[in-house]
Design a protein around this ligand. Structure first.
Ligand code: N01
Length: 556
């Protein structure tokens, strides 16, 4: 018997096609959601826009793309056989290997039969009489489901910048977040790159090796730490595998960002200059995101933060030869870490190459793109190909593309017009039975995404099982719980330095987008505990109703 029948006591009608759950997206979140639903004997249909699984790793194929969380940790933990058997080749796996892993998971757990590829979800409408969602897809079909799970990803909606003349450019234009599946060859070409975020910082050194000339148009300099990527030895893999129970427990329960690392026990100003410098030096040599975990107050105290920022600025000056380029590359507009810190392989040293030029578009903004050039500050830089590494409409962008209508016909876009409002980042009041995986208001992008994805998927699956067991048909966040959570997310963010940066965390990269710090910065361990407590108290802050009650709510 399907869960639709068991939740409602009704049989689904023969047409349209009916499922217990529609899952939107077949990235890491959607795939694991499907696996969990199968375990609960719920029927599910996953719709995926691309023609393969992998989500962000399916779309982001730009040269140099790789994960900035170490692969032994950026991987599913739900299957011990999987984590014991899969061999990661490098400390930070390249995009192609992560995509291979996603495909391996899809095959290993036989997920493909329930995934419909090349199909976009255009519209989801909640029927208050039946407590069902009608989901319309790009092929014109409509399916009905008790639940919808948005597993649409936080960084999936590549954003084209509003720069005059781009459509008239005669060469090829690429966006890092939507890279072609065929190989791109820049040999002999003059390439222009707009943007200097993580995607640019990873791709600049690789494109510079191939292109005749690379011009990087920089609006904001970024902090970046060397990745120190290297092949993983069998012995290193074995150490992780033996320690996985503790590594995974720590990442889930104790770490703030879902990464197994030493927790700092002191602040940056508790050490003298020499000790502090030695610690930064050691982390710089070690490489990777844990640079920001040297001290426990780098995200909280500007003076402490300045010590780390100064260290990185000095490193840039040591690496880059031309003094004017050094000045441009040294970030000065935001505290270190308040924009997502970048992890690179040879980014700064690439600016010593004779075929690489940095153009400051902060003081000389791009005026327009001409058929064969970019015009900035009255000067034309001739190029043959243009790479846009201009980022994403993050966290809300891919949800906003779907016409989602909840109670009283209200759309989610109307409700979120002044910024996303959720309870725990999982649900939004007025949109019953609609779950979001790693939604705004949860740690999501401030964490190892797979840790946060697994936590949300498990919570959602357990919740659906609870509803079935207790005969509930509809569930939604209460407005009070949501308002309290939104206020809490905001309050915690403002105890940190994060809101000082014009970052995509704040929606600042999208003209007109409300400036609200979207992720929850309270840490994955404390956040998990809050979610567990809510569930243990019978889903406190959520209203659950049976079939009859739900109909009364709808009628009132
Ligand atoms: O995008 P970004 P991204 N004219 O938004 C500039 C994740 N990720 O794709 O800062 C000129 O960070 C913009 O300038 P400014 C990671 O979480 C992970 O690089 O707005 N410039 C900025 O320099 C990351 O944070 C990995 O002044 C314009 C750049 O474009 C997130 O994805 C790898 C412009 C955009 O930087 C996004 O990274 C890659 C305009 N009109 C990405 N519009 C991993 O390693 C924008 N810019 C896992």
């Amino acid at each position: 018997m399907s869960a639709v029948q068991s939740v409602s006591g009704k049989s689904p009608s023969a047409t349209p096609e009916t499922h217990d759950v529609v899952v939107v997206g077949a990235g890491f979140a959607g795939m694991y959601m499907l696996h969990r639903l199968r375990g609960l004997k719920m029927t599910a249909r996953v719709f995926e826009q691309g023609d393969g699984v992998g989500g962000t790793w399916y779309w982001n194929r730009y040269p140099g793309a790789r994960c900035d969380v170490e692969s032994m940790q950026y991987s599913y933990s739900f299957s011990d056989e999987l984590q014991q058997e899969w061999d990661w080749s490098e400390r930070y796996a390249p995009q192609a290997e992560i995509l291979k892993y996603a495909n391996h998971v899809a095959d290993r757990f036989d997920l493909r039969p329930d995934i419909q590829f090349n199909t976009r979800v255009d519209r989801c409408v909640f029927d208050e009489d039946t407590n069902r969602w009608s989901v319309t897809t790009s092929d014109g079909a409509t399916v009905v489901a008790a639940f919808v799970v948005l597993a649409t990803g936080c960084l999936s909606n590549a954003r084209m910048p509003d720069i005059e003349g781009i459509s008239g450019f005669k060469g090829k234009v690429y966006h890092t977040g939507n890279w072609p599946h065929e190989p791109v060859d820049f040999t002999g070409l003059r390439v222009g790159m707009i943007g200097t975020g993580s995607s640019a910082i990873q791709s600049v050194p690789v494109i510079a090796e191939q292109a005749k000339h690379l011009t990087v148009f920089q609006r904001t300099a970024n902090f970046s730490i060397p990745a120190r990527n290297a092949p993983l030895t069998a012995e290193e893999r074995e150490i992780f595998r033996k320690n996985y129970p503790e590594v995974r427990r720590f990442a889930r329960e104790e770490a703030r960002n879902g990464i197994y690392t030493e927790l700092p026990d002191r602040g940056a100003l508790d050490d003298g200059d020499n000790d502090r410098r030695a610690k930064y030096e050691a982390r710089w040599r070690h490489g990777g995101l844990t640079f920001m975990s040297v001290y426990n107050n780098l995200a909280l105290d500007k003076t402490a933060n300045d010590t780390a920022a100064d260290f990185v600025r000095e490193k840039i000056a040591e690496i880059v030869k031309d003094p004017d380029t050094v000045k441009l590359l040294q970030p000065n507009s935001h505290p270190i870490g308040t924009k997502r810190i970048c992890i690179d392989t040879d980014y700064f040293v690439t600016f010593n190459r004779p075929n690489v030029t940095l153009v400051d578009i902060k003081s000389n903004p791009i005026e327009e793109v001409l058929p064969h050039a970019v015009r900035a500050g009255g000067k034309d830089v001739e190029i043959d190909a243009l790479v846009l590494a201009t980022g994403f409409d993050a966290m809300t962008g891919s949800v906003a593309k779907i016409d989602i209508r909840g109670r009283n016909g209200q759309t989610l876009n109307q409700k979120w017009a002044e910024g996303p409002k959720t309870y725990l980042g999982l649900m939004s009041a007025g949109f019953p039975n609609l779950f979001i995986v790693t939604g705004p208001g949860s740690p999501s992008v401030l964490s190892n995404m797979i840790v946060s994805i697994e936590q949300h998927v498990d919570w959602i699956a357990d919740c659906a099982a609870y509803m079935r067991a207790h005969g509930f048909e509809a569930m939604e966040a209460t407005k009070e719980a949501e308002d309290d959570w939104v206020a809490h997310v905001n309050e915690v963010a403002h105890t940190t330095l994060y809101p000082q940066a014009n970052s995509w965390y704040m929606g600042a990269n999208i003209p007109g987008k409300p400036r609200i710090f979207m992720p929850y910065i309270g840490g994955v361990g404390p956040y998990r505990q809050i979610c567990n407590d809510v569930a243990a108290k019978g889903y406190e802050g959520f209203a659950m109703t049976g079939a009859e009650e739900a109909r009364k709510v709808a009628a009132s």
